[in-house]
Design a protein around this ligand. Structure first.
Ligand SMILES: C[S@@+](CC[C@H](N)C(=O)[O-])C[C@H]1O[C@@H](n2cnc3c(N)ncnc32)[C@H](O)[C@@H]1O
Ligand SMILES: Nc1nc2[nH]cc(C(=O)O)c2c(=O)[nH]1
Ligand code: SF4
Ligand SMILES: [Mg+2]
Length: 221
């Protein structure tokens, strides 16, 4: 069973799939504790806030409610909702607290491609064809460390930045990582102008790519 905070169909707003229609599955629970996290309502798993998947999917605001679901429940929901997207993004919370193999395999068997958004602080349990986006989290409140195995598995590394120390941290992580076949993105934190200017300058300097959170600029989820 997976603990799900929300399910919705939208446009991927980050990283290399930006612009692609996608179904998002947001899993509940994250102990990493990023001070600027934009999904703090997914951090805690409160037993008293358990709901049915039917209630979760009609949410109109961000809440801490969650539902326990199987891959089959999710596939059934996609059909019932009439979702047309063929790409599924599994995010959170920290999705890699779960074994994502059964979920991704069920999605692949039903004709969907899959992508995971992860902080790289937990073992990534997912099939080889799943696209893995690692957004490394260094020195956050929860005390978790980025795993080298997660950086090695990443298809893209999407680093959140607001100040020079974040660039230095990324350079440090990349020193030990073979980046030949990976896409490297800087993502300004919270659309701050100074963060965006820094990201643009550093992308030019290091030949990295820029990921702005497109969905926030156009006001969609
Ligand atoms: C909410 S996290 C969930 C997945 C996973 N826990 C992670 O951190 O990658 C999804 C993405 O949003 C990014 N993110 C979270 N808060 C942000 C913010 N305020 N500004 C920019 N990116 C943010 C994360 O770095 C990550 O790439
Ligand atoms: N549109 C849209 N794109 C996204 N890409 C990554 C997201 C996330 O929260 O993981 C996200 C999100 O929340 N919305
Ligand atoms: S790891 Fe992801 S979900 Fe967890 S606090 Fe950081 S940004 Fe938020
Ligand atoms: Mg988001």
């Amino acid at each position: 069973m997976y603990k799900v905070n929300e399910v919705f169909e939208t446009i991927q707003g980050e990283g290399s799939f930006t612009g692609a229609p996608a179904i998002f599955i947001r899993l509940q629970g994250c102990p990493v504790g990023c001070s600027w996290c934009d999904t703090k309502h997914t951090w805690e798993i409160k037993p008293e806030l358990k709901q049915s998947l039917g209630d979760i999917v009609i949410k109109t605001a961000e809440t801490e409610h969650w539902a326990a679901v199987t891959p089959a429940d999710l596939l059934q929901l996609f059909v019932a909702k009439g979702y047309q997207a063929k790409h599924v993004v599994i995010t959170g919370g920290e999705p890699c607290m779960f074994d994502l193999n059964p979920l991704c395999e069920a999605l692949h068997n039903a004709g969907y491609s899959t992508q995971i958004e992860t902080s790289g602080t937990f073992d990534i349990k997912a099939p080889a064809q799943t696209w893995v986006t690692v957004s490394p989290k260094v020195n956050m409140a929860g005390g978790y460390k980025v795993l080298q195995s997660a950086l090695d598995r990443a298809n893209e590394i999407k680093h959140p930045v607001a100040m020079q120390k974040h660039i230095d941290e990324l350079l440090q992580l990349l020193q030990h990582t073979d980046t030949a076949a990976k896409l490297i993105y800087l993502q300004p934190i919270s659309q701050q102008q100074r963060a965006t200017e820094l990201a643009i300058a550093m992308c030019k300097q290091h030949n990295w790519r820029l990921s702005v959170q497109v969905h926030k600029y156009i006001g969609i989820s």
